[in-house]
Design a protein around this ligand. Structure first.
Ligand code: PLP
Length: 430
Protein backbone atom coordinates (compact mmCIF):
# COMPACT_ATOMS: atom_id res chain seq x y z
CA UNK A 1 0.00 0.00 0.00
CA UNK A 2 1.32 3.39 -1.03
CA UNK A 3 0.10 5.50 1.78
CA UNK A 4 -1.70 3.29 4.20
CA UNK A 5 -1.57 0.38 6.52
CA UNK A 6 -1.24 -2.99 4.85
CA UNK A 7 -3.24 -5.59 6.86
CA UNK A 8 -0.66 -8.20 5.82
CA UNK A 9 1.90 -6.44 8.02
CA UNK A 10 -0.19 -6.63 11.21
CA UNK A 11 2.40 -8.94 12.80
CA UNK A 12 4.80 -6.03 13.13
CA UNK A 13 2.43 -4.14 15.47
CA UNK A 14 2.48 -4.31 19.25
CA UNK A 15 -0.20 -6.52 20.85
CA UNK A 16 -2.57 -3.70 21.74
CA UNK A 17 -2.51 -2.10 18.28
CA UNK A 18 -2.78 -5.47 16.55
CA UNK A 19 -5.93 -6.21 18.55
CA UNK A 20 -7.45 -2.76 17.84
CA UNK A 21 -6.73 -3.11 14.13
CA UNK A 22 -8.24 -6.61 14.02
CA UNK A 23 -11.32 -5.46 15.94
CA UNK A 24 -11.71 -2.54 13.56
CA UNK A 25 -11.45 -4.81 10.53
CA UNK A 26 -14.07 -7.16 12.04
CA UNK A 27 -16.66 -4.51 12.85
CA UNK A 28 -16.02 -1.81 10.22
CA UNK A 29 -15.08 -4.09 7.34
CA UNK A 30 -12.50 -3.75 4.59
CA UNK A 31 -13.61 -0.44 3.01
CA UNK A 32 -12.07 1.55 5.83
CA UNK A 33 -8.37 2.21 5.32
CA UNK A 34 -5.84 3.32 7.89
CA UNK A 35 -2.96 5.74 7.42
CA UNK A 36 0.67 4.71 7.89
CA UNK A 37 2.60 1.44 8.06
CA UNK A 38 2.17 1.68 11.83
CA UNK A 39 -1.30 3.06 12.52
CA UNK A 40 -1.69 5.56 15.32
CA UNK A 41 -4.45 5.94 17.92
CA UNK A 42 -5.30 9.49 18.91
CA UNK A 43 -7.19 10.45 22.01
CA UNK A 44 -7.02 14.26 22.02
CA UNK A 45 -6.31 17.24 19.79
CA UNK A 46 -5.43 20.85 20.49
CA UNK A 47 -4.38 23.56 18.04
CA UNK A 48 -2.13 21.86 15.51
CA UNK A 49 -1.24 18.98 17.85
CA UNK A 50 -2.69 15.51 18.20
CA UNK A 51 -1.97 13.32 21.23
CA UNK A 52 -1.77 9.55 21.22
CA UNK A 53 -2.90 7.17 23.93
CA UNK A 54 0.52 7.46 25.60
CA UNK A 55 0.22 11.26 25.74
CA UNK A 56 2.83 11.84 23.00
CA UNK A 57 2.31 14.92 20.82
CA UNK A 58 2.22 14.72 17.02
CA UNK A 59 2.51 17.82 14.87
CA UNK A 60 -0.49 17.76 12.54
CA UNK A 61 0.55 19.00 9.10
CA UNK A 62 -2.21 17.15 7.29
CA UNK A 63 -5.73 17.80 8.57
CA UNK A 64 -7.66 20.63 6.97
CA UNK A 65 -11.03 20.06 8.65
CA UNK A 66 -9.91 21.60 11.97
CA UNK A 67 -8.88 24.75 10.08
CA UNK A 68 -8.88 26.97 13.18
CA UNK A 69 -7.29 24.22 15.28
CA UNK A 70 -8.34 20.95 16.87
CA UNK A 71 -10.98 21.15 19.63
CA UNK A 72 -11.32 24.92 19.27
CA UNK A 73 -13.28 26.39 22.20
CA UNK A 74 -15.09 28.92 19.97
CA UNK A 75 -16.76 26.08 18.05
CA UNK A 76 -17.41 24.05 21.15
CA UNK A 77 -19.04 27.01 22.92
CA UNK A 78 -21.11 28.07 19.90
CA UNK A 79 -22.42 24.55 19.23
CA UNK A 80 -23.16 23.84 22.85
CA UNK A 81 -25.05 27.17 23.16
CA UNK A 82 -27.13 26.29 20.09
CA UNK A 83 -27.81 22.75 21.30
CA UNK A 84 -28.92 24.00 24.69
CA UNK A 85 -31.08 26.79 23.22
CA UNK A 86 -32.39 25.91 19.76
CA UNK A 87 -31.13 23.78 16.91
CA UNK A 88 -33.84 23.10 14.42
CA UNK A 89 -34.17 22.84 10.66
CA UNK A 90 -34.73 25.23 7.76
CA UNK A 91 -38.52 25.10 7.63
CA UNK A 92 -38.86 27.73 10.31
CA UNK A 93 -37.72 31.30 10.11
CA UNK A 94 -34.50 31.85 12.05
CA UNK A 95 -32.23 34.83 11.52
CA UNK A 96 -28.92 33.08 12.27
CA UNK A 97 -28.94 31.16 8.98
CA UNK A 98 -29.64 34.36 7.08
CA UNK A 99 -26.89 36.28 8.88
CA UNK A 100 -24.42 33.51 8.16
CA UNK A 101 -25.52 33.06 4.52
CA UNK A 102 -25.12 36.80 3.84
CA UNK A 103 -21.74 36.82 5.48
CA UNK A 104 -20.63 33.76 3.53
CA UNK A 105 -21.81 35.16 0.20
CA UNK A 106 -19.82 38.33 0.91
CA UNK A 107 -16.60 36.25 0.75
CA UNK A 108 -17.33 35.41 -2.91
CA UNK A 109 -17.12 37.62 -5.95
CA UNK A 110 -20.21 39.71 -6.58
CA UNK A 111 -22.26 37.37 -8.68
CA UNK A 112 -22.28 34.28 -6.41
CA UNK A 113 -25.48 35.08 -4.64
CA UNK A 114 -27.32 32.02 -3.34
CA UNK A 115 -26.55 29.32 -0.78
CA UNK A 116 -28.01 25.86 -0.21
CA UNK A 117 -26.85 24.09 2.96
CA UNK A 118 -26.05 20.41 3.33
CA UNK A 119 -24.02 18.26 5.72
CA UNK A 120 -21.11 16.89 3.69
CA UNK A 121 -19.04 17.77 0.67
CA UNK A 122 -20.47 14.72 -1.11
CA UNK A 123 -24.03 15.94 -0.66
CA UNK A 124 -23.11 19.39 -1.96
CA UNK A 125 -21.35 17.84 -4.99
CA UNK A 126 -24.32 15.56 -5.62
CA UNK A 127 -26.71 18.49 -5.58
CA UNK A 128 -24.42 20.54 -7.83
CA UNK A 129 -24.36 17.75 -10.43
CA UNK A 130 -28.13 17.29 -10.30
CA UNK A 131 -28.57 21.00 -10.80
CA UNK A 132 -26.02 21.09 -13.64
CA UNK A 133 -27.79 18.29 -15.47
CA UNK A 134 -31.22 19.77 -14.91
CA UNK A 135 -30.26 23.28 -16.04
CA UNK A 136 -28.37 22.16 -19.15
CA UNK A 137 -30.65 19.27 -20.05
CA UNK A 138 -27.50 17.22 -20.68
CA UNK A 139 -25.88 14.42 -18.71
CA UNK A 140 -22.20 14.43 -19.63
CA UNK A 141 -19.65 15.46 -17.02
CA UNK A 142 -15.87 15.82 -17.18
CA UNK A 143 -13.57 14.99 -14.27
CA UNK A 144 -9.82 15.11 -13.84
CA UNK A 145 -7.94 11.84 -13.92
CA UNK A 146 -7.46 11.19 -10.21
CA UNK A 147 -10.21 13.43 -8.83
CA UNK A 148 -12.05 12.77 -5.61
CA UNK A 149 -15.44 14.40 -5.11
CA UNK A 150 -17.23 12.18 -2.63
CA UNK A 151 -19.29 9.18 -1.67
CA UNK A 152 -22.85 9.47 -3.00
CA UNK A 153 -23.58 7.56 -6.21
CA UNK A 154 -23.18 10.68 -8.36
CA UNK A 155 -20.13 11.97 -6.47
CA UNK A 156 -18.42 8.56 -6.58
CA UNK A 157 -18.95 8.49 -10.35
CA UNK A 158 -16.96 11.72 -10.43
CA UNK A 159 -14.17 10.19 -8.31
CA UNK A 160 -11.73 8.13 -10.38
CA UNK A 161 -9.32 8.12 -7.41
CA UNK A 162 -11.57 5.44 -5.89
CA UNK A 163 -9.83 3.06 -8.27
CA UNK A 164 -10.46 1.10 -11.46
CA UNK A 165 -13.32 -0.94 -9.92
CA UNK A 166 -15.29 2.23 -9.18
CA UNK A 167 -17.39 2.51 -12.34
CA UNK A 168 -17.77 6.09 -13.61
CA UNK A 169 -20.60 5.12 -15.96
CA UNK A 170 -21.10 6.21 -19.56
CA UNK A 171 -21.88 9.87 -18.83
CA UNK A 172 -18.59 10.73 -17.13
CA UNK A 173 -15.37 11.23 -19.07
CA UNK A 174 -12.05 11.31 -17.28
CA UNK A 175 -9.56 13.80 -18.70
CA UNK A 176 -5.84 14.23 -17.95
CA UNK A 177 -5.38 16.49 -14.94
CA UNK A 178 -3.06 19.46 -15.05
CA UNK A 179 0.48 18.31 -14.27
CA UNK A 180 3.14 20.89 -13.41
CA UNK A 181 6.08 18.55 -14.01
CA UNK A 182 4.79 17.06 -17.27
CA UNK A 183 3.32 20.23 -18.77
CA UNK A 184 5.55 22.97 -17.35
CA UNK A 185 4.65 26.39 -18.73
CA UNK A 186 2.02 24.80 -21.01
CA UNK A 187 -0.11 23.61 -18.12
CA UNK A 188 -3.01 25.92 -19.03
CA UNK A 189 -3.15 25.14 -22.78
CA UNK A 190 -2.67 21.40 -22.09
CA UNK A 191 -5.59 21.35 -19.70
CA UNK A 192 -7.73 23.37 -22.11
CA UNK A 193 -6.94 20.80 -24.81
CA UNK A 194 -7.88 17.98 -22.41
CA UNK A 195 -11.25 19.65 -21.83
CA UNK A 196 -11.82 20.06 -25.58
CA UNK A 197 -10.98 16.40 -26.18
CA UNK A 198 -13.19 15.29 -23.27
CA UNK A 199 -16.20 17.18 -24.66
CA UNK A 200 -15.61 15.55 -28.07
CA UNK A 201 -15.43 12.13 -26.37
CA UNK A 202 -18.78 12.71 -24.65
CA UNK A 203 -20.35 13.70 -27.96
CA UNK A 204 -18.85 10.67 -29.68
CA UNK A 205 -20.64 8.59 -27.05
CA UNK A 206 -23.90 10.39 -27.91
CA UNK A 207 -23.91 12.18 -24.54
CA UNK A 208 -24.55 15.94 -24.30
CA UNK A 209 -22.07 18.08 -22.37
CA UNK A 210 -23.45 19.29 -19.03
CA UNK A 211 -20.32 20.52 -17.28
CA UNK A 212 -17.08 19.91 -15.46
CA UNK A 213 -16.17 19.67 -11.80
CA UNK A 214 -12.68 20.81 -10.82
CA UNK A 215 -11.11 20.86 -7.39
CA UNK A 216 -9.57 24.32 -7.62
CA UNK A 217 -6.23 23.10 -6.19
CA UNK A 218 -6.34 19.60 -7.76
CA UNK A 219 -5.66 18.11 -4.34
CA UNK A 220 -6.08 14.46 -5.39
CA UNK A 221 -4.27 15.07 -8.66
CA UNK A 222 -1.02 15.83 -6.87
CA UNK A 223 -1.80 19.46 -5.86
CA UNK A 224 -1.41 21.72 -8.91
CA UNK A 225 -1.59 25.38 -7.88
CA UNK A 226 0.62 27.15 -10.41
CA UNK A 227 0.67 29.42 -12.19
CA UNK A 228 -2.38 31.18 -10.78
CA UNK A 229 -4.77 31.75 -13.68
CA UNK A 230 -3.94 28.62 -15.68
CA UNK A 231 -7.51 27.25 -15.42
CA UNK A 232 -9.00 30.20 -17.27
CA UNK A 233 -8.52 28.88 -20.80
CA UNK A 234 -10.33 25.64 -19.91
CA UNK A 235 -13.12 27.63 -18.30
CA UNK A 236 -13.63 29.53 -21.55
CA UNK A 237 -13.95 26.28 -23.52
CA UNK A 238 -16.54 24.97 -21.07
CA UNK A 239 -18.56 28.16 -21.50
CA UNK A 240 -18.31 28.08 -25.31
CA UNK A 241 -19.68 24.55 -25.27
CA UNK A 242 -22.66 25.44 -23.09
CA UNK A 243 -21.41 23.62 -19.99
CA UNK A 244 -21.35 24.71 -16.36
CA UNK A 245 -18.18 24.92 -14.27
CA UNK A 246 -18.45 23.51 -10.74
CA UNK A 247 -15.61 24.75 -8.54
CA UNK A 248 -15.01 22.19 -5.79
CA UNK A 249 -13.67 24.27 -2.90
CA UNK A 250 -13.99 21.54 -0.29
CA UNK A 251 -10.18 21.42 -0.06
CA UNK A 252 -8.74 24.82 -0.94
CA UNK A 253 -11.46 27.05 0.53
CA UNK A 254 -11.64 29.28 3.59
CA UNK A 255 -8.43 31.22 2.99
CA UNK A 256 -6.04 28.27 3.01
CA UNK A 257 -4.30 29.31 -0.20
CA UNK A 258 -3.25 32.56 1.47
CA UNK A 259 -4.10 35.18 -1.13
CA UNK A 260 -7.81 34.54 -1.75
CA UNK A 261 -10.62 33.17 0.35
CA UNK A 262 -11.55 30.66 -2.39
CA UNK A 263 -9.17 28.68 -4.55
CA UNK A 264 -10.91 29.52 -7.84
CA UNK A 265 -10.37 33.23 -7.15
CA UNK A 266 -6.59 32.67 -7.51
CA UNK A 267 -7.34 31.72 -11.11
CA UNK A 268 -9.65 34.65 -11.76
CA UNK A 269 -12.47 32.20 -12.57
CA UNK A 270 -16.19 32.85 -12.57
CA UNK A 271 -17.65 29.41 -11.75
CA UNK A 272 -21.36 28.76 -12.16
CA UNK A 273 -21.52 26.63 -9.02
CA UNK A 274 -19.26 26.36 -5.98
CA UNK A 275 -19.26 23.55 -3.42
CA UNK A 276 -17.71 23.97 0.01
CA UNK A 277 -17.45 21.78 3.10
CA UNK A 278 -14.78 20.14 5.26
CA UNK A 279 -13.36 23.07 7.33
CA UNK A 280 -16.64 24.97 7.20
CA UNK A 281 -17.67 23.82 10.71
CA UNK A 282 -14.17 22.88 11.99
CA UNK A 283 -15.40 19.31 12.54
CA UNK A 284 -19.12 19.94 12.92
CA UNK A 285 -20.75 18.65 9.71
CA UNK A 286 -21.85 21.43 7.40
CA UNK A 287 -21.39 22.05 3.69
CA UNK A 288 -22.97 24.18 1.02
CA UNK A 289 -23.57 24.65 -2.66
CA UNK A 290 -23.50 28.21 -3.96
CA UNK A 291 -24.72 29.42 -7.33
CA UNK A 292 -24.12 32.39 -9.54
CA UNK A 293 -27.01 34.76 -10.30
CA UNK A 294 -29.58 33.02 -12.47
CA UNK A 295 -27.97 29.56 -12.29
CA UNK A 296 -30.27 27.08 -10.64
CA UNK A 297 -33.45 29.17 -10.61
CA UNK A 298 -35.34 26.69 -12.77
CA UNK A 299 -34.14 23.76 -10.65
CA UNK A 300 -35.12 25.59 -7.44
CA UNK A 301 -38.54 26.55 -8.75
CA UNK A 302 -39.31 23.08 -10.05
CA UNK A 303 -37.85 20.89 -7.32
CA UNK A 304 -38.22 21.20 -3.56
CA UNK A 305 -35.10 21.01 -1.39
CA UNK A 306 -35.03 20.02 2.24
CA UNK A 307 -32.12 18.61 4.21
CA UNK A 308 -32.95 17.63 7.78
CA UNK A 309 -29.59 18.54 9.30
CA UNK A 310 -28.18 20.85 6.61
CA UNK A 311 -28.18 24.38 8.00
CA UNK A 312 -29.37 23.37 11.48
CA UNK A 313 -28.89 25.86 14.30
CA UNK A 314 -25.87 23.99 15.67
CA UNK A 315 -24.24 23.72 12.24
CA UNK A 316 -24.71 27.41 11.54
CA UNK A 317 -23.33 28.26 14.99
CA UNK A 318 -20.20 26.20 14.28
CA UNK A 319 -19.76 27.75 10.84
CA UNK A 320 -20.20 31.28 12.20
CA UNK A 321 -17.58 30.64 14.89
CA UNK A 322 -15.17 29.41 12.20
CA UNK A 323 -15.56 32.61 10.17
CA UNK A 324 -15.13 34.68 13.36
CA UNK A 325 -11.80 33.03 14.17
CA UNK A 326 -10.50 33.09 10.58
CA UNK A 327 -11.11 36.83 10.63
CA UNK A 328 -10.05 37.68 14.18
CA UNK A 329 -6.85 35.60 14.05
CA UNK A 330 -5.95 36.76 10.53
CA UNK A 331 -5.64 33.14 9.38
CA UNK A 332 -5.59 33.87 5.66
CA UNK A 333 -2.62 36.23 6.03
CA UNK A 334 -0.97 33.66 8.28
CA UNK A 335 -1.52 30.95 5.68
CA UNK A 336 0.23 33.20 3.19
CA UNK A 337 3.24 34.01 5.39
CA UNK A 338 3.74 30.63 7.06
CA UNK A 339 3.06 28.83 3.78
CA UNK A 340 5.78 30.88 2.03
CA UNK A 341 8.23 30.05 4.83
CA UNK A 342 7.35 26.35 4.64
CA UNK A 343 7.58 26.27 0.85
CA UNK A 344 11.04 27.85 0.94
CA UNK A 345 12.19 25.12 3.36
CA UNK A 346 10.70 22.37 1.19
CA UNK A 347 12.28 23.85 -1.94
CA UNK A 348 15.69 23.86 -0.22
CA UNK A 349 15.34 20.18 0.65
CA UNK A 350 14.10 19.37 -2.85
CA UNK A 351 17.16 21.01 -4.40
CA UNK A 352 19.41 18.79 -2.29
CA UNK A 353 17.91 15.37 -2.94
CA UNK A 354 17.78 13.70 -6.37
CA UNK A 355 14.60 11.78 -5.54
CA UNK A 356 12.63 14.96 -4.87
CA UNK A 357 11.38 16.48 -8.11
CA UNK A 358 9.47 19.62 -7.24
CA UNK A 359 8.07 21.47 -4.21
CA UNK A 360 5.01 23.58 -4.90
CA UNK A 361 2.14 25.15 -3.02
CA UNK A 362 -0.23 28.02 -2.44
CA UNK A 363 -0.41 29.27 1.14
CA UNK A 364 -0.86 26.31 3.44
CA UNK A 365 -1.60 23.80 0.69
CA UNK A 366 1.80 22.37 -0.18
CA UNK A 367 3.19 19.41 -2.04
CA UNK A 368 6.51 17.77 -2.78
CA UNK A 369 6.58 15.57 -5.85
CA UNK A 370 8.85 12.55 -5.41
CA UNK A 371 10.22 10.26 -8.11
CA UNK A 372 8.14 7.27 -6.97
CA UNK A 373 5.38 6.23 -4.59
CA UNK A 374 7.98 4.28 -2.63
CA UNK A 375 10.00 7.42 -1.91
CA UNK A 376 6.80 9.15 -0.78
CA UNK A 377 5.91 6.16 1.40
CA UNK A 378 9.28 6.17 3.14
CA UNK A 379 9.06 9.91 3.86
CA UNK A 380 5.42 9.83 5.05
CA UNK A 381 6.16 6.93 7.41
CA UNK A 382 9.55 8.29 8.46
CA UNK A 383 7.87 11.54 9.49
CA UNK A 384 5.02 9.69 11.20
CA UNK A 385 7.57 7.69 13.22
CA UNK A 386 9.09 11.02 14.26
CA UNK A 387 5.61 12.29 15.09
CA UNK A 388 4.91 14.72 12.25
CA UNK A 389 1.84 13.93 10.16
CA UNK A 390 1.60 14.36 6.40
CA UNK A 391 0.26 12.16 3.61
CA UNK A 392 0.60 11.47 -0.11
CA UNK A 393 -1.59 12.15 -3.15
CA UNK A 394 -1.56 11.97 -6.93
CA UNK A 395 -2.46 9.32 -9.45
CA UNK A 396 0.84 7.54 -8.75
CA UNK A 397 0.84 8.21 -5.01
CA UNK A 398 4.18 9.99 -5.34
CA UNK A 399 3.24 13.49 -4.21
CA UNK A 400 3.57 14.44 -0.55
CA UNK A 401 0.60 16.46 0.63
CA UNK A 402 1.17 18.99 3.42
CA UNK A 403 -1.99 20.79 4.50
CA UNK A 404 -1.98 21.67 8.20
CA UNK A 405 -4.67 23.24 10.33
CA UNK A 406 -4.17 27.01 10.06
CA UNK A 407 -3.30 26.98 13.76
CA UNK A 408 0.09 25.87 12.40
CA UNK A 409 2.36 28.91 12.74
CA UNK A 410 5.94 29.91 12.03
CA UNK A 411 7.19 28.28 15.25
CA UNK A 412 6.15 24.90 13.82
CA UNK A 413 7.99 25.28 10.52
CA UNK A 414 11.48 24.27 11.79
CA UNK A 415 10.05 21.07 13.32
CA UNK A 416 8.41 20.07 10.06
CA UNK A 417 11.47 20.87 7.93
CA UNK A 418 14.00 19.18 10.24
CA UNK A 419 11.77 16.10 10.56
CA UNK A 420 11.39 15.97 6.78
CA UNK A 421 15.20 16.15 6.47
CA UNK A 422 15.62 13.31 8.99
CA UNK A 423 13.06 11.13 7.21
CA UNK A 424 14.87 11.84 3.96
CA UNK A 425 17.99 10.15 5.32
CA UNK A 426 16.01 6.89 5.00
CA UNK A 427 15.62 7.44 1.24
CA UNK A 428 18.48 6.15 -0.86
CA UNK A 429 19.72 8.91 -3.16
CA UNK A 430 19.86 6.63 -6.20
C1 PLP B 1 -12.35 17.82 -3.22
C2 PLP B 1 -13.36 17.08 -2.40
N1 PLP B 1 -14.65 17.15 -2.75
C3 PLP B 1 -15.61 16.51 -2.05
C4 PLP B 1 -15.29 15.74 -0.95
C5 PLP B 1 -16.36 15.00 -0.21
O1 PLP B 1 -16.55 15.58 1.05
P1 PLP B 1 -17.19 14.72 2.25
O2 PLP B 1 -16.17 13.71 2.67
O3 PLP B 1 -17.45 15.77 3.30
O4 PLP B 1 -18.44 14.11 1.75
C6 PLP B 1 -13.95 15.64 -0.56
C7 PLP B 1 -13.58 14.82 0.61
O5 PLP B 1 -12.45 14.48 0.86
C8 PLP B 1 -12.96 16.32 -1.29
O6 PLP B 1 -11.68 16.27 -0.97
Amino acid sequence: MVNGFDPASADSLNDEMRELVARRARILGPSYRLFYDTPVEFVRGEGTWLFDSEGRAYLDAYNNVPIIGHSHPAVHDAVSRALSMLSTHTRYVTHEILDYAERLVATFDGDVSRVTFACSGSEAVDLAVRLTRYETGAQGMLVTSNAYHGTTTAAAQLSPSLGPDNDLGSTVVRIPAPDAVRDGADIGPCFAEAVRTGIAELRARGVGFAGIIVDSILSSDGVQPDPAGYLREARQIVRENGGLWIADEVQPGFGRTGTHFWGYQRHGLDPDIVVIGKPMGNGYPISAMLTRDGVGDRFGNDIRYFNTFGGSGAAIAAASAVLDVIESDGLMARAHDVGAHLLAGLQNLTALHPRLIQARGAGMFLAVECDTAETARVIVNGMRNRRVLISASGENGNVLKIRPPLAFDSTHVPTLISTFAEALTEVHPS
